[in-house]
Design a protein around this ligand. Structure first.
Ligand code: CTP
Ligand code: CA
Length: 226
């Protein structure tokens, strides 16, 4: 029955997805991370696989099972995510970067646990590599979709990220809105397209939004390649 009801509009595509947070170690027992649950990325992985794509899902640590038929590549740090993405980039025709990658990491992680003292402790952090920007530089004729997690200036920031990272679409996510965004099963997003269009997707389950985002990706492919 599923074979009959399934769309096959992603047959022949290889979708490279990143999802979840990254974890940047501070010492052997501590890390910096963020509130990303991975649900948006895992929903996109499931939807793309059901629509016929080969799906490679590079995922930070989350509490979700890999969707059926999806090739899971588990990673921890931004550097590991970068390396895994570059390994699978060549084979991919569509790249979707939902991951909430840490922007900073500790350059030289101490090999022993940091001990407490009564003094203020400062952390010195270095920027991580921007994976999406690097994929944008190696884009060729792939479709490249980024996410933008914002608490203010949603559309302007999404548009800026789309341009600086050479994306075809940025999914703008207001992560400070009630009941949506990080950790939630629901989301409401605005698609900012390289064609100049702005397409708001009203509040819905992340799984339903995943199919709507893929619909727009395919529509964009036709608009860009005709
Ligand atoms: N991203 C990435 N590598 C990073 C940081 C971000 O690939 N080191 C990707 C994310 O996966 C997302 C997009 O870039 O698709 C935007 O991430 P976001 O955190 O919203 O933007 P930043 O460029 O990191 O800027 P800022 O956090 O300052 O808003
Ligand atoms: Ca960031």
């Amino acid at each position: 029955l599923r074979a009959l009801t399934q769309r096959h509009d992603l047959d022949g595509e290889t979708v490279l997805l990143t999802a979840g947070p990254t974890r940047e170690p501070l010492d052997p027992v501590r890390f910096i991370s963020n509130r990303s649950s991975g649900k948006m990325g895992y929903s996109l992985a499931e939807a793309a696989a059901l629509r016929g794509a080969r799906v490679v899902l590079v995922s930070g640590p989350v509490n979700l099972p890999a969707p059926e038929g999806v090739e899971l590549v588990p990673v921890q740090t931004a550097q590991e995510m970068y390396d895994a993405v570059m390994v699978h980039l060549e084979a991919s025709s569509i790249v979707i970067k939902t991951a909430a990658v840490a922007d900073y990491h500790v350059a030289n992680v101490p090999t022993q646990k940091v001990k407490k003292s009564a003094m203020r402790l400062s952390l010195e952090l270095d920027p991580t590599l921007d994976i999406l920007a690097e994929v944008g530089r190696r884009k060729q004729d792939r479709l490249l979709i980024g996410f933008a997690a914002e608490t203010e200036n949603l559309i302007a920031e999404a548009r800026r990220k789309m341009q600086t990272k050479n994306c075809d679409m940025v999914v703008a996510n207001n992560v400070s809105a009630d009941g949506v965004g990080f950790e939630s099963d629901q989301n409401e997003v605005v698609l900012v397209l390289s064609t100049g269009e702005i397409q708001p997707l009203p509040r819905a389950s992340k799984r339903a939004l995943a199919d709507q985002i893929l619909d727009q990706v395919l529509r964009l492919r036709l608009a860009l390649h005709q």
